[in-house]
Design a protein around this ligand. Structure first.
Ligand code: GLA
Length: 729
């Protein structure tokens, strides 16, 4: 049973196939966290908690004379603020009288036979293959009307436990929520490292591993997006954990706006990790009867190192987060005109690209930025979602039909959440932009951000998107978002309600996306924010693929896609072959390598294919044949990282579900004279099956290949790459 309740409804076990999470409501109603790790049986582990009189760690009144009982030392599920736990808390409240205490005690529980939803936000959902179950624990604040419902979801087969919470004001007066983190993981014992994924525009998600000590480790975003700089996902692991071995805990937030994740040891060496909405610039007013819902955190445990953890996240996100027709349907090979033309295109250029693309086997043309309003550079036009028929030499329908007549699909770029000051929309509705009265706003890419918390703004955008999509045959939309939020002030949520705006903004984005997809369920949506500035679990609910980075350099992509793969499935990473010298780095890499790297993602091209040589065109045909041949492996197979990033080469592998077929990609990242051999082991084969390797034709058992590995017959040159297959015979 996934949820087991004992000790008169006070001991809770959340069991997955291989893990257990345990909590216990003690005699004072404090919900203690007693265990998370490898699966255990039903015994109460509260006796592992060591209690002692710790100086300057006070005692709640219920403890009476027991000075050993302190909230400052106990491992808890809902650590709260202002009542004697001096560590990081999950909840901050301001009551009517201005007091700031939050002290929640256990009231009761319920079990639901399905997963829970989070209002207005994405969350893991049930499928026919696996239905989750939910434990709801009610915690009541001791002296006010605040009630918290802790939501725990269990996906047994997937080894996933989720947590979210709601805060309800059941009191008479207003209640201010100043902090509402979704999840707390307390570990009484052990040493841990924390791995976060940091970067910058065009260099996203590089893993950074740091020992958790008493100095607080925290990454966060205050940009109104999940951000290029830090990602809302982190791993806590044993110091000895590696790719294949050791205890790992994943924390992945289903949220696309300001977040934080932190970990710190307390005075006694206990580790606390928390995750949720960033408290800075956040406050939410709850009137009588109102509730606030905090986003879901997806937790997963594996004792098989990072690869075990990644496999669990890949599966759960692909099967219980991504949705719609293209969740499993084959994605088309696309050609995006951005790096081919930038803003400088007309009908002739586009149709010439489409004709050549069709001839090469490319399946979709995506028309990127510049087709609407007055938009010949990035200084104007955002918000004016009206087709520039002059530039397109006709209607969008005509262009779309021409592309369809070539047997190709047609895709279009939008950036709905933005507004240029040089636009008719801004001239008509200056108050629709996020700006603070009396201050000149900060610009990013010379544009402002629309106030997505406003219903009228969303109505306008939905009407514009609908009008464009109804009047042209469009199969795909790239939904972009090209700046960080600043000057956050809504002309609707004014005064002291402005602390709600960043959160309401993202709820507004989700609402618009949801309504858009309701109207156009068959559209393939690709998320984007200057590449991977909003690559998070929540966006995968709407777009099964996200443009991984604006950096298309095949060598830089190795680290970007590597870092992204710790949580997010390969099928979700938009990856394109582009021209050399690369537009972002100036580097020249072989055409084959660019293809091999992009094949490990949602594959496409982004270059002027009419400028390609005959040899390159031939390679495109070969790459597209490879795309079809390996699609099931790359999009549905199990993905293994075979190297880190510090070696002379970078290698990774896919294995199909039946373990009959494996594909290894290896890219040489640095070359040396008189080169040493390149040797790699493979993973994930069935030990007792016999496999033939395409590199040398040799047949060995899976066991032998996995342990003995393969030495390449020739050492590739710098930036050269190879694809090698293993087929069961
Ligand atoms: C962002 C995207 C690019 C492209 C441009 C268009 O930078 O990431 O792929 O769409 O915007 O302006």
């Amino acid at each position: 049973m996934a949820i087991e309740v004992g000790m008169n409804g006070r001991l809770f076990h959340l069991h997955t196939k291989d893990s257990t999470y345990q909590m216990y409501a003690d005699e004072h109603g404090v919900l203690l966290h007693t265990y998370y790790g490898k699966r255990i049986d039903g015994e109460n582990l509260a006796d592992l908690i060591f209690q002692a009189d710790v100086g300057f760690s006070g005692n709640p009144p219920e403890a009476g004379g027991n000075r050993g009982y302190s909230l400052d030392c106990l491992p808890q599920e809902l650590p709260s603020d202002g009542v004697g736990d001096y560590r990081e808390s999950c909840i901050g409240l301001v009551h009517e009288d201005g007091s700031m205490a939050a002290d929640f005690r256990f009231e009761g529980y319920r079990i639901l036979p399905s997963s829970y939803k989070v209002k207005g936000m994405p969350a893991l959902y049930d499928t026919e293959k696996e239905t989750g179950s939910t434990l709801v624990i009610t915690m009541r604040e001791k002296a006010s009307g605040a009630v918290v419902r802790l939501l725990y979801g269990v996906f047994e087969e997937e080894n996933v436990i989720t947590r979210a919470l709601t805060v309800e004001n059941q009191g008479e007066g207003d209640l201010w929520l100043t902090k509402c983190l979704s999840c707390c993981l307390d570990f009484q014992f052990g040493e841990y490292d924390m791995i976060t994924f940091a970067g910058r525009h065009a260099m996203e998600r590089s893993p950074e591993r740091t020992r958790i000590r008493r100095t607080k480790l925290e990454v966060s975003s205050r940009r109104g997006t999940s951000s290029h700089q830090y990602n809302p996902a982190a791993i806590l692991c044993a110091p000895e954990a590696t790719e294949d071995f050791g205890d790992c805990y994943g924390m992945c937030l289903v949220y696309s706006s300001n977040f934080c994740v932190s970990a710190q040891k307390d005075q006694r060496g206990q580790t606390r990790a928390v995750m949720g909405i960033l408290p800075e610039h956040f406050s939410f007013c709850l009137r009588k009867g109102e509730a606030f819902e905090a986003p879901q955190v997806i937790l997963s445990y594996s004792d098989h190192g990072f690869s075990g953890l990644s496999h669990q996240y890949h599966r759960i996100l692909r099967e219980h987060m991504c949705r719609g027709k293209y969740q499993f349907a084959k994605r088309p090979v696309l050609l995006n005109n951005w790096e081919a033309t930038y803003f400088n295109f007309d009908k002739e250029k586009l149709t010439a690209l489409a004709k050549q693309a069709a001839e090469l086997g490319i399946e979709m043309l995506v028309l990127d930025d510049g087709w609407f309003g007055k938009r010949d550079d990035d200084n104007s036009g955002l918000g004016d979602w009206f087709v520039n028929e002059k530039k397109l030499g006709g209607t969008l329908r005509e262009l779309g039909e021409e592309i369809h007549s070539l047997g190709m699909k047609f895709g279009l770029w939008f950036e709905p959440e933005m507004i240029s000051e040089d636009s008719d929309l801004y001239r008509e509705h200056p108050d629709w932009a996020l700006t603070i009265p009396g201050r000149e706003p900060n610009r990013g890419r010379n544009q402002l951000v629309l106030d997505m918390s406003r219903e009228d703004v969303r109505e306008y955008l939905l009407e514009r998107l609908t009008d464009i999509l109804k009047n042209a045959p469009i199969d795909y939309v790239k939904w972009d978002m090209n700046r960080s939020l600043s000057d956050i002030y809504s002309h609707v949520y004014t005064g002291n309600r402005n602390g709600e705006v960043a959160h309401r903004f993202i709820l507004g984005v989700y609402d618009l996306l949801e309504r858009f997809l309701e109207r156009f369920p068959d559209i393939l949506l690709e998320g984007c924010s200057g590449g991977g500035g909003r690559f998070d679990a929540a966006m995968l609910y709407y777009s099964p693929q996200i443009w991984c980075s604006d950096n298309t350099d095949a060598v830089n992509r190795l680290s970007i896609q590597y870092g992204t793969s710790f949580f997010y499935p390969v099928s979700s990473m938009g990856a394109h072959v582009s021209a050399v010298p690369n537009h972002q780095t100036g580097r020249a890499t072989p055409f084959e390598t660019r293809g091999h790297v992009a094949l490990s993602g949602s594959f496409g091209y982004e270059l002027d294919i009419n400028k390609m040589t005959e040899e390159e065109k031939h390679l495109v045909r070969e790459q597209i044949a490879d795309f079809h041949k390996y699609y099931t492996l790359t999009h549905e197979g199990t993905y293994y990282r075979l190297t880190g990033l510090k070696e002379r080469f970078c290698a990774w592998e896919f294995v199909d579900e039946k373990q009959d077929h494996a594909l290894l990609t290896l890219v040489m990242t640095s070359a040396e004279g008189n080169p040493l051999p390149v040797h790699t082991r493979v993973k994930g084969l069935a030990p007792d099956k016999a496999y033939r390797c395409s590199e040398n034709g040799h047949v060995h058992s899976g066991r032998t290949w996995m342990n003995g590995g393969l030495t390449l017959s020739k050492v590739p040159g710098e930036y050269e790459s190879v694809l090698i297959e293993w087929e069961a015979i």
